[in-house]
Design a protein around this ligand. Structure first.
Ligand code: SAM
Length: 251
């Protein structure tokens, strides 16, 4: 995939340790995979639609978040175009995940894996801006600089990492992929109960609008589950997973 690297601040391993050292509980790792969140990639920065949209906003193309609402024609020139330019998916999912009961109980860790193999680590108590424009402002800084805030303990930080390496580091007991292609499970509460309350699990949901998971993502799944006969939005699937997990293993 294409990469927009920008200026980065490296997060030392010690910061990673502090970020997760309090994780003494059994956790649900929620991974929004191949998420449609990136800076405008180099190959379309000179596209007339990008230039016009950026002039209007008074921002340089290399600092702007790719968004199909403004950059639709330019995105058509990129590979995997159908999966790109939807930062709103990450926004809505994060608003829901951070406010969920599982997170309030301290048992959720959220990771935003992006289409260009970057992983955003989200601290459990970070408050996501409700207004989309403010969220985009935050993402512009995060994707360029690599962390928010710039100094002190990071609330959000970015690593260059594949989903395979993320799963290897987290070491969940099982990694469950959620997809319309999976085996249908209508009683997700019983499904989660089957794992028992003493094992870390990873739930992987696609953070893209159309298309399927790449083979590299599918490779990390121990099981693939469909929760409905409908193709749902990522945030709807996230709410089903989080609510079923809560009633199965926390209440
Ligand atoms: C908008 S969908 C992506 C489109 C894709 N063709 C699909 O429906 O699976 C975003 C994500 O939601 C999840 N999803 C959507 N419908 C689902 C279902 N019925 N069961 C399980 N996961 C689902 C998948 O993780 C998917 O990658």
């Amino acid at each position: 995939m294409l990469r927009e690297l920008g200026a980065r601040v490296q997060i030392p391993p010690v910061a990673f340790f502090f970020f997760y050292s309090f994780a003494v509980f059994i956790l649900l790792f929620f991974i929004l995979a191949e998420s449609s969140l990136e800076l405008v990639p180099k190959e379309i920065r000179k596209h007339s639609q990008i230039r016009k949209a950026c002039v209007k906003k008074g921002i340089k193309p290399e600092k702007e978040i790719l968004d199909a609402s403004y950059h639709y024609n330019a995105i058509k020139e990129l590979c995997f175009a159908e999966k790109r330019g939807r930062p709103d998916i990450v926004h809505v999912c994060l608003l829901f995940l951070q406010d969920s009961l599982v997170n309030r109980e301290g048992k959720l860790r959220v990771f935003i894996h992006t289409l260009n193999n970057r992983v955003i680590h989200v601290k459990p108590d970070v408050r996501i801006p409700k207004h989309f424009d403010r969220f985009i402002g935050l993402m512009r800084q995060l994707l360029r600089v690599g962390r928010v805030p710039l100094k002190g303990e990071p609330l959000l930080f970015v690593e260059e990492k594949s989903i395979k390496d993320l799963i290897r580091d987290l070491k969940p007991e099982a990694t469950i992929g959620f997809s319309t292609e999976g085996r249908v499970i209508t009683d997700l509460i019983s499904f989660f109960k089957g794992f028992g309350a003493n094992k870390d699990l990873a739930a992987v949901v696609g953070g893209f609008p159309h298309g399927e998971f790449s083979p590299e993502t599918v490779e990390v799944f121990d099981d693939t589950i469909s929760v409905s006969r409908y193709s749902l939005n990522a945030w709807t699937v996230a709410s089903i997973i989080l609510n079923c997990y809560y009633y199965a293993l926390i209440v």
